[in-house]
Ligand binder design. Structure first.
Ligand SMILES: [Fe+2]
Length: 581
């Protein structure tokens, strides 16, 4: 049975392909459209995923669409009666209903299929989030939770995953949302792009939690892990603003009211400098968010007293909070798959559709994120040849057929202070580059963060770079950390190691680690091992291979990024390019 799961007309549209319940490919449309977080219909992700499965759109048995159809109607009616939102909200709701109804037509039109032969299954947004976590966790019994902005009128769902199925036991409905709480402060701090919350998370360690009491006014914690927002501070429910998910980069107007300005003072504009006041607000919202998220999780644990937690939703991308879950809740094992945001609902919808067929089977834990496209050495060689970089740009081109030699040479270049583009194997699924579409550098150099920012990334000074560490060396470098191949949990770097890897140690002594094992990425593991052999340090600085764009997907894009930035070296497959000195 061939199932395509898709997230469409939302942010981060994506597709996942399952054959007989086994994941074959999972891809985000932004990598192909080259528009970050792109909304609309994931036509290219679907086409590429099916090609990787050796199939065509006509072969698809089930199109699993991550959207509810006519769900929570009573809730919505009650909300409209009690809150009397303006016409824009109702218009947006009608647009959503029209869009979800039209998806089969869009599939038929895009892939020239007979509409009558398209078999769709709609999976509500939050159950899709939950399925994306539980069915990839390898766990047979777990408490499951999705926390996000909103999807299908829900912002939190709690569930029990067991015996190959998921039972939702409680929800928090629109307009109350921890994702909106974080978004409001993110926008207030002048970070206006869709998905900018991670900037606030990066800024938070610089400040003091001196405004926690003020920001706590925005959210009230209630019994059983529930909460409500004080709607005087929010506009998202009023109908005064509308969001568009039809195409392009999603835009979200400011969701906060003048009440927030009365509480905190004038909002920062995007071009104003970031002051210590803004840092303190970032620290404070991170603190308030963490308290509320742990409150939700403790409420879940009271009802599903498992030690295991599967977490998903946009808020599960808050890697700082994730790293603290085991310290602040009774859960001792936490699983979060790499596309915890709305991209992951494509995967969740496909998995839910498969499990609902009754052909339940225990699936192993997702151990890596390499579910995307790949290009072999011959294809890479053609791209380099055609580009003329050797003759026109005087780059040197070396081909190292022996993997050990390739890793040794690359490690020497990194240890020598070069910034290296590293393009290998299948592209990562999820927001993080995890050693196949990465830019790598020496974590021992305290100036390396500034060097990369000046030469390549041109981004805010406060954003940290992350460490990739050999799985064998996690305990040596981090406190209380567990194996995390997805770089989705932040842990303290051991105080005695902070001076060893200053470029990947954040200002508060933390690091968002990716642990690399030989089993899941042999070549990347061998590279870090070669770096360790030369330097004694089993860690590399790893940042995504891009410059103000989605992560590169194909060799042409990697080469283009290499040439237009001050990157020193590009390694693609076994090919090594160096810029002239
Ligand atoms: Fe979501």
């Amino acid at each position: 049975m061939l199932i395509v799961g898709l997230n469409a007309y939302h942010g981060d549209v994506a597709a996942a392909v399952l054959r007989d319940g086994q994941l074959v490919a999972a891809l985000e449309e932004e990598r192909f459209s080259r528009i970050k977080h792109v909304a609309g219909f994931p036509a290219q992700a679907i086409a590429r995923g099916l090609a990787m499965a050796g199939a065509t759109p006509a072969d698809v048995d089930v199109w699993a669409i991550a959207r509810g159809r006519r769900v929570h109607l009573l809730r919505k009616a009650w909300f409209a009666l009690t809150h009397r939102p303006g016409t824009a909200l109702m218009g947006q709701y009608r647009n959503t209903v029209d869009k979800q109804g039209s998806i089969p037509d869009v599939i038929a039109r895009t892939f020239m299929l007979d509409p009558a032969r398209i078999n769709t299954r709609y999976v509500e947004h939050h159950p899709a989030h939950l399925a994306s976590a539980f069915y990839t966790s390898g766990m047979s019994d777990a408490a499951c939770c999705a926390i996000d902005g909103f999807g299908d009128f829900v912002s939190v769902s709690m569930a029990h995953g067991h015996a190959g199925s998921l039972d939702v036991i409680d929800r928090v409905y629109f307009p109350h949302s921890l994702g909106l709480l974080y978004l409001a402060i993110t926008q207030y701090l002048g970070f206006k792009k869709y998905g900018d919350e991670y900037k606030v998370m990066g800024l938070a360690p610089y400040g003091k939690p001196s405004h926690t009491a003020a920001i706590s006014k925005l959210v009230r914690l209630e019994n059983h892990g529930r909460f409500t927002l004080d709607l005087d501070y929010f506009r998202h429910w009023t109908g005064e603003i509308s969001m568009s998910w039809d195409s392009g980069e999603p835009t979200v107007p400011d969701v906060y009211t003048n009440g927030l300005i009365d509480l905190l003072g004038p909002a920062r504009t995007a071009d104003e400098p970031v002051t210590s006041y803004h840092e303190d607000l970032a620290t404070s919202v991170q603190r308030v968010f963490e308290d509320a998220a742990f409150h939700v999780l403790r409420g879940l644990h009271a009802r599903i007293p498992s030690t295991a937690l599967c977490l998903a939703g946009g808020c599960a991308m808050n890697s700082v909070a994730n790293g603290k879950i085991r310290r602040h809740t009774p859960f001792t094992e936490v699983f979060i798959q790499p596309a915890a945001g709305d991209n992951g609902t494509a995967l969740g919808a496909a998995l839910e559709a498969w499990h609902s067929t009754g052909q339940r089977q225990h699936q192993p834990r997702m151990s890596h994120s390499y579910w995307g496209t790949e290009y072999d050495d011959a294809a890479i060689a053609r791209v380099i040849d055609d580009s003329g970089v050797v003759n026109q740009r005087r780059c040197s081109w070396q081909t190292l057929e022996d993997e050990a030699a390739l890793c040794r040479e690359t490690a020497t270049l990194i240890a020598g202070g070069n910034i290296v583009g590293w393009f290998q194997g299948r592209m990562e699924w999820g927001a993080r580059a995890l050693g196949n579409r990465s830019i790598l550098a020496d974590p021992r150099r305290s100036d390396m963060r500034d060097v990369i920012n000046q030469k390549i990334k041109f981004r805010e000074r406060f954003r940290p770079f992350a460490p990739s560490v050999l799985a064998e060396a996690i305990d040596e470098y981090f406190i209380d950390a567990v194996h995390d191949p997805f770089m989705i949990q932040v842990y303290p770097v051991r105080p005695e190691k902070r001076d060893t890897i200053p470029a990947v140690t954040h200002v508060d002594g933390s690091g968002r680690l990716q642990s690399v094992s030989r089993e899941t990425n042999a070549r990347y593991w061998a590279l870090i091992r070669a770096f360790q052999a030369q330097t004694g340090v089993p860690v590399l600085l790893n940042t995504s291979f891009n410059e103000n764009e989605p992560i590169v997907e194909r060799p042409e894009q990697a080469l283009d990024c290499f040439l237009r930035t001050d990157m020193d070296v590009l390694v693609m497959g076994q090919h090594l390019l160096r810029k002239p000195r």
